[in-house]
Design a protein around this ligand. Structure first.
Ligand code: ZN
Ligand code: ZN
Length: 195
């Protein structure tokens, strides 16, 4: 049942992805490289930890796990770690793609809304990137609703350069928040309530 072991490894990565993201990336007390890098990922429009830095952790870890698992459970162990590693690399590619390219179909739309609700609305929810399954299991799933994206953090694919607002095809899912415009409205609101 090598396919089963491979699939179990894939599921194993999705749980690791959730756990790392939630309990390390979003632990305000964590001083790990991972947490530092993840804070930057949230604070900037487009920041991903350098691939070489990730590889320094991931390659020895996966190679070590592969060796150990092969010794302990032979082909099945190797298939488990292979499933884990392939899903990890797919996660890296998918996460980057969510930020760089707009959705093409229902799954892409769902995954982007799930992830960008985490970025811009509820950082303590929607920790899964490749799937929402562990958010369901651990009770951190949140319906994105309409996602308000700060202008300076907005993904390039989302913004219509002609208007500075969300492109028409995404306007029912996202709005771009312009701080200056809001201040104007706030000031108008205050003066009318004083009058
Ligand atoms: Zn992200
Ligand atoms: Zn996060």
């Amino acid at each position: 049942m090598l396919a089963g072991a491979f699939a179990a490894g894939a599921v194993g990565w999705t749980l690791s992805e959730y756990a790392l993201h939630r309990w390390v990336g979003h632990d305000p007390k964590s001083k790990t490289d991972f947490a530092d890098e993840h804070r930057q990922h949230h604070a900037q429009r487009f920041y991903f930890a350098p691939t070489a830095k990730k590889a320094r952790y991931a390659v020895p870890l996966i190679a070590g796990a592969f060796g150990l698992a092969s010794l302990a459970a032979r082909a099945r162990g190797a298939a488990f770690v292979a499933g884990f590693a392939v899903t990890y690399v797919s996660y890296e590619a998918l996460h980057r793609r969510l930020h760089t390219h707009g959705p093409k179909g229902a799954v892409g739309r769902f995954l982007r809304r799930h992830h960008f609700a985490h970025h811009f609305k509820a950082p303590q929810h929607n920790h899964g990137v490749t799937s929402p399954v562990w958010d369901v299991v651990f009770g951190t799933l949140r319906d994105p609703g309409v996602i308000r994206v700060p202008e300076k953090l907005a993904m390039r694919w989302l913004v219509d350069p002609a208007t500075g607002d969300a492109r028409a095809e995404y306007a029912h899912d996202y709005v771009i928040h312009h701080p200056a415009k809001r201040r104007d409205k706030g000031a108008a609101g205050e003066s009318s309530s004083e009058a």
